[in-house]
Design a protein around this ligand. Structure first.
Ligand code: NDP
Length: 501
């Protein structure tokens, strides 16, 4: 349970921006209110960044990068600071969990797991950076070539609302481990925990200017941030259309880009699977985090011979899901992030039903006693769908899953690959050879075999096709926050005179 006394020590009614190691107001004094989506009640006021604040944050980041000490610290010293960030996060665990729940409406179970993973990200990259190094390459006699990894510079990191702190950690931890400076733009709806994380990083010993957090609307300041001459690299997590737009803008000045975009991840359940595990894993795979996950397994395909057995148990288990007080450890499904997102979800469901789909569970908004002012959607299972439907092809980002039967492995692969996305895919089978064949044939950045879980620190996470490119969470992220410098030296005794002058 949450230790309220400890939490109240830290709570603020107003969260300014965090720039150059300090809490600061927006230059024009702008503020806005963030809400608790479970109740619809205001949570706090937050400073709203304008262009002048983006300039200020980027200047601080640039100064810290060019003239500061951070990137010149030994990797062991940087690693110590990352570990100290993790330690302080552990001390302030309850506060971070509570704030994340209040700002997103997610459940205690989900928030605790995600904050713990954010902590472990810092611990992982503290270790990983120590072993991240260059190479010595074989050269002609008299020549010596080595490579070294250097930080890419100032990074703009744009974070979505579905995992506000965890996504911020996925981005900040590898970037600062590599020696970069960052300006983080959290989602307008959920900026609070990323701001607290910046404060924690400073307390842990990250020099001022290295980690800056500027809440501001993507529509108003997003383009300005992305095209800013002080930005060397952009790391973005969010929707595919905004990802495309950012890449277009970034191409004009050749900024490096990492894009973690939408998904429509399939789950393939074969007739030899442990059906109970497949059912439990599939319930979790879609309804965890209220379906607001880029890797939510939102399309289920079941081999025809076990389809009826699977469906009976799947619907029965999903009926047991409890919606309600997000702080109750027994609650499985939390609120949807906003009124707008409820409307988006409902639009997909209505359109599928009009096209002939059946909702065997849910299919609409739901009233949760005690939380009438909040945004809630019933866990929804759609059957009798066809593959061209929007609900099967597009990312819904809510607690909605479609289920279809298949007959053969070839058909399963074809269905799994038949969307523009390629983020994750789950395979449920006891046949190891089949699991390997599926892992080889499915076009996705992540294949999950017999597991509901999809992300651990150390495991590269990212997509193919329109789900983006680049990897986070794994050691590969360090490659993306560093550049290779190649140094060629001549050590022969005879001076070189290639023109023979
Ligand atoms: P967006 O892609 O619009 O937002 C993600 C982040 O990008 C937010 O911080 C947002 O800021 C910012 N942003 C928006 N426009 C720009 C821009 N022009 N330049 C720079 N940054 C920008 O997602 P939404 O929040 O609108 O959600 C819409 C849909 O996107 C969801 O229904 C879901 O399908 C998908 N999505 C996917 C996510 C994933 O994990 N892959 C995460 C979130 C959403 P601001 O909050 O101020 O708008």
């Amino acid at each position: 349970m949450i230790d309220s006394e400890k939490v109240n020590r830290y709570r603020r009614s107003y969260y300014p921006m965090f720039i150059d190691g300090e809490w600061v107001d927006a230059a024009d004094g702008n503020r806005y209110t963030v809400y608790n989506p479970a109740t619809g009640e205001p949570l706090a006021e937050v400073a709203r960044a304008g262009r002048a604040d983006i300039d200020r944050a980027l200047q601080a980041a640039r100064l810290a990068f060019e003239h500061g000490k951070w990137r010149h610290f030994s990797v062991l010293r940087r690693a110590r600071v990352l570990n100290r960030i993790a330690e302080i996060m552990r001390e302030r665990f309850d506060e971070l969990v509570e704030l994340e729940i209040l700002n997103t409406g997610k459940t205690l179970f989900a928030a605790q797991g995600q904050i713990m993973q954010a902590i472990e990200d810092f611990e992982f990259y503290a270790g990983a950076i120590v072993g991240h190094r260059g190479h010595v390459n074989n050269m002609p006699s008299g020549f010596f070539n080595y490579t070294q990894r250097e930080p890419v510079g100032v990074c703009a990191q744009i974070v979505p609302w579905n995992y506000p702190l965890m996504m911020a950690a996925w981005k900040i931890a590898p970037a600062i481990a590599a020696g970069c400076s960052v300006v983080v733009k959290p989602a307008t709806l959920t900026p609070v925990t990323a701001l607290v994380l910046a404060e924690i990083a400073t307390e842990a010993g990250v020099p001022k200017g290295v980690v800056n957090v500027v809440p501001g609307s993507g529509r108003d300041v997003g383009d300005y941030l992305v095209t800013h001459p002080e930005v060397d690299k952009i790391a973005f997590t969010g929707s595919t259309p905004v990802g495309r737009h950012i890449m277009e803008l970034a191409s004009r000045s050749l900024k490096k880009v990492t894009l973690e975009l939408g998904g429509k991840s399939p789950s393939l359940i074969f007739d030899d699977a442990d059906l109970d595990a497949a059912v439990d894993g599939s319930v979790f795979g879609i309804f965890y985090n209220t379906g607001q996950s880029c890797e939510a397994r939102s399309r289920i395909y079941v081999q025809r011979s076990v389809y009826d057995a699977f469906m009976a148990r799947f619907v029965e288990k999903a009926k047991k899901l409890k919606l309600g007080n997000p702080f109750d450890p027994e609650t499985h499904v939390g609120a949807v992030i906003s009124r707008e997102q409820v409307d988006v979800i409902d639009g997909y469901v209505r359109s599928a039903l009009e096209d002939g789909a059946q909702a065997v569970l849910g299919g609409g908004e739901v009233r949760v006693p005690g939380f009438e002012g909040g945004y809630w959607y019933a866990p929804t299972i759609l059957v009798d769908v066809h593959h061209g439907m929007k609900a099967v092809q597009e990312e819904i980002f809510g607690p909605v899953v479609t289920v279809m039967p298949f007959d053969t492995e070839d058909e399963a692969v074809a269905l799994a690959n038949d969307t523009m996305y390629g983020l994750a895919a789950a395979v449920w089978t006891k046949d190891g050879a089949r699991a390997k064949r599926m892992a080889d044939r499915i076009r996705a950045g992540i294949v999950l075999v017999n597991t509901p879980f999809s992300a651990f620190p150390g495991m590269p996470f990212g997509g193919t096709k329109q789900s983006g490119f680049g990897r986070e969470l794994g050691i590969e992220a360090l490659d993306l926050y560093t550049e290779v410098k190649s140094v060629l030296m001549y050590y022969g005794t005879k001076p070189l005179n290639p023109f023979k002058l």
